[in-house]
Design a protein around this ligand. Structure first.
Ligand SMILES: NC(=O)c1ccc[n+]([C@@H]2O[C@H](COP(=O)([O-])OP(=O)(O)OC[C@H]3O[C@@H](n4cnc5c(N)ncnc54)[C@H](OP(=O)(O)O)[C@@H]3O)[C@@H](O)[C@H]2O)c1
Length: 286
């Protein structure tokens, strides 16, 4: 990954700062995934068991010709797989579907039990399974997703390995500062999902004006803002031209003044584009 811009997790593993999302919301495009790998130097892929596309990701990797050790692949266990044994089973099935023999990062997707409550014991058993998979080298790093401070505090009671990552929603309309700083204080890296706010950044006047001023695209401004906050970003597009556009975020920087202007958006126009707390977990399309 010599030519790829990376962040370093607390265990020394390097994670490419820019990845590509694959969630099934809005569809999955084989063509766009191959294009990202083959022509845009994207090396970080975010998939999940819940997305039911790990086998499609495997096909795209094969077609791209990019070799395994040049890639950073994340997958995630869904709450219906929680529990010590079933998390391990889910992990093995994900490995098989993705046609790899290790994941670079494996996450607990959501801090809930299958019935939608927060069963501390069940989640801590799943975490124990991840710690063992990590010790065996079957995943190079482990982490959580959608965990709030209270969820991390619960996990902390029994963990022996601190999660390397918390993958959460972050974009110009939503910056959960307290959670981000809490995670960073523990040495956890934040990976920002929905960095384009599901496309909403393209319609905001401040971002449009800045994109015009800098001769960039709104999507690039939005991801660059996330990256300059020290976070990794995993935008998704089903279109090759947009994947290409989204990948060009390392050849410019936002000034302190531009960052500050963008920082004001979530203060004045703050909104999440997903709200995991308001709906039952099994109805979510995360
Ligand atoms: N851990 C979790 O719980 C969780 C939750 C949500 C997401 N994620 C991960 O994060 C990834 C990204 O999140 P997301 O897909 O929800 O949202 P996103 O990346 O913020 O936005 C994707 C949307 O933006 C559009 N788009 C992308 N690039 C564009 C461009 N250059 N110009 C105009 N429109 C553009 C896409 O449409 P087109 O496809 O038509 O281009 C799509 O509708 C997911 O795919 C998934 O891997 C994780």
């Amino acid at each position: 990954m010599e030519t790829i811009d990376c962040l370093t997790l607390w265990n020394g593993v390097r994670i490419p700062t820019l990845g590509i999302g694959t969630s099934f919301v809005g569809g999955y495009s084989h063509e766009a995934m191959v294009h990202a790998l083959k022509h845009c130097n994207v090396r970080h892929i975010d998939t999940a068991r819940k997305y039911h596309n790990e086998h499609l990701v495997a096909m795209a990797i094969l077609e791209s010709g990019v070799v395994r050790d040049k890639l950073f692949i994340t997958s995630k266990a869904w709450p219906s797989d929680y529990g010590y044994e079933s998390t391990k089973t889910a992990f093995r099935e994900s490995l098989q579907q993705t046609q790899v023999d290790y994941f670079d990062l494996y996450l607990l997707h959501f801090p809930k039990s299958p019935d939608g409550t927060s069963d501390k014991k069940l989640i801590s058993e799943s975490w124990k399974a991840l710690e063992e998979l990590y010790a065996q080298g079957l995943c190079k790093s482990i982490g959580v997703s959608n965990f709030e401070i209270s969820d991390i505090e619960n996990l902390k009671e029994t963990w022996t390995v601190i999660p390397m990552v918390n993958q959460i929603e972050v974009h110009v309309f939503y910056y959960p500062k307290e959670l981000i700083e809490y995670c960073q204080g523990l040495g956890m890296q934040i990976v920002a999902y929905c960095p384009l706010a599901k496309g909403k950044v393209m319609a905001h006047h401040v971002i449009i004006n800045m994109a015009d001023k800098l001769s960039r695209k709104c999507s690039q401004i939005a991801s660059r803002w996330v990256i300059q906050h020290g976070l990794a970003a995993i935008p998704k597009s089903t279109k090759c031209s947009r994947v290409e556009e989204n990948s060009k975020v390392f050849d410019f920087t936002l000034s302190d003044e531009d960052m500050e202007t963008l920082n004001q958006i979530h203060v004045t126009d703050g909104q999440r584009v997903t709200d995991p707390r308001r709906v039952r977990f099994d109805q979510l399309a995360l």
